[in-house]
Design a protein around this ligand. Sequence first.
Ligand SMILES: [Zn+2]
Ligand SMILES: [Zn+2]
Length: 112
Amino acid sequence: MIEKYHKKKKGKKHKASILHRRDGTCFLCAMHGDYRYHKVLHEHHIFGGANRPLSEAEGLKVYLCIPHHVDGPEAVHNNAGNMLILRQIGQREYEKTHTREAFIEKFGKNYL
Ligand SMILES: [Zn+2]
Ligand SMILES: [Zn+2]
């Protein structure tokens, strides 16, 4: 039988987070001194939407517990302040190895 489908491996790179080790802690809980282990963590891309692939490629993502990700008043997707905090941390990290101009050119905005 002829092999009809030969699945090509996509050259998609999954870079580890440059901000947060995947160790069961929530990035925002830990920021408040709570290093509890969470059974369920969501991967959150700091720069979402159209910039999500860039976030992935640069490792600008963190792991969040559900109340800090999507469910509740402190969740980054409900809370513009917390969202901004993460973006500022992400930009600062990026600027350790790149210029501000490079950041703005890539992500379209200055968060600092
Ligand atoms: Zn949390
Ligand atoms: Zn998210």
